[in-house]
Design a protein around this ligand. Sequence first.
Ligand SMILES: Nc1ncnc2c1ncn2[C@@H]1O[C@H](COP(=O)(O)OP(=O)(O)O)[C@@H](O)[C@H]1O
Ligand SMILES: [Mg+2]
Length: 233
Amino acid sequence: MYLEVTNLKKSYGTGEGRQEVLKGVSMGMEQGSTASIIGSSGCGKSTLLNCIGALEVIDGGDIQIDGKSLAGLGKRARGEFRRNHIGYIFQFFNLLPDLTVRDNIRVSERLTDHPMEYGALLDQLGLAGIEKKYPNQLSGGQQQRVAIARALVKNPRLLLCDEPTGALDSATAKDTLMLLEKINAAYGTTILMVTHNQVIPQMMRRNFVMKDGLIIEDRVNEHPVPAADLEGL
Ligand SMILES: Nc1ncnc2c1ncn2[C@@H]1O[C@H](COP(=O)(O)OP(=O)(O)O)[C@@H](O)[C@H]1O
Ligand SMILES: [Mg+2]
């Protein structure tokens, strides 16, 4: 198993205000596969993704990625792990507003020893014509493509996506999902996506359903629908 989460626990706050958000989550993914985490708002999806992405310290259980355990890693080790293994994309893109497209991507490229070839990536994502623009000169779909390029230039084995199409219209959402599908096929990047969209899970190999800090269902999708054929996004 490429990703293996075992009895993961995570709380926020202390004393009376302490809230257990992840109550013993177990799940896993094969290398090169795709999966979604679905469930209603507040059930802990982003927290789970942030734990897997080594953004959060975990309180109990373990997360293994490519045989490496995240439990007990200090801040520095988590940062290094993240730089070398994880790509992240978010609903609101999180691009640096004062940097051009090129520099947004290049900043990320410098964080790793094994970057993807910049020119090839630009072509693959259709960004060659907008390299010198700033984020506020781009459409939402273009900004998300830049964010995807920024995540991918590090050549991550695991791409974590938190509601990546949540701020996009349905046509642009479909383009973005087709791009992620292409990336999975071309580079074998393992993709784990949090979504509360009802349709997106159809394109994923596996769907984890969360409720109140637990995974209550783990469905294998024998026949994922190609992103281009998703209806009602
Ligand atoms: N950094 C944080 N500090 C305190 N509480 C948090 C923090 N992040 C999330 N929570 C709480 O954890 C619960 C789950 O949040 P989240 O993982 O964002 O849910 P989802 O992504 O499924 O909507 C919520 O009640 C939220 O308020
Ligand atoms: Mg969330």
